[in-house]
Design a binder for this molecule. Structure first.
Ligand SMILES: [Zn+2]
Ligand SMILES: [Zn+2]
Length: 115
């Protein structure tokens, strides 16, 4: 089984967190979220992990460590992931873009990059 850690950002807390993801039969499952500081994330290479495909929450997924959301959106501009609490309009925690919800957990592609 393949496992990676990807980064998400909570727009409410304005902080990043790591999400452990595991591949199972071609899909990815989020199993555990934990607070992480940017220095450690960079040191561990979390910001360079890339995954592709569906990204579902596993049954045991604990959600964002700050706002507890288990859902997320992918920004249409920077491609990064932020918490989503089912609002119609979203704000990207990374680049600040606001807009309508365009893509959620289906068929995402996480790219690496700066934060
Ligand atoms: Zn959050
Ligand atoms: Zn963005």
């Amino acid at each position: 089984m393949k496992a990676e850690v990807i980064l998400m950002k909570c727009p409410e807390a304005n902080r990043i967190y790591g999400v452990r993801v595991e591949e199972w039969q071609g899909d990815w499952f989020r199993t555990w979220a934990f607070p992480v500081d940017p220095k450690r994330a960079s040191h561990e290479g979390f910001d360079r992990n890339e995954i592709k495909g569906n990204l579902y929450p596993a049954n045991e997924y604990n959600g964002c460590p700050y706002c507890k959301s288990v859902r997320f959106v992918q920004c249409s501009r920077c491609g990064k992931l932020s918490c989503w609490n089912n609002e119609e309009r979203i704000t990207c925690g990374w680049c600040g873009l606001t807009g309508d919800v365009t893509s959620t957990e289906d068929e995402i592609e996480v790219k690496s990059g700066d934060y």
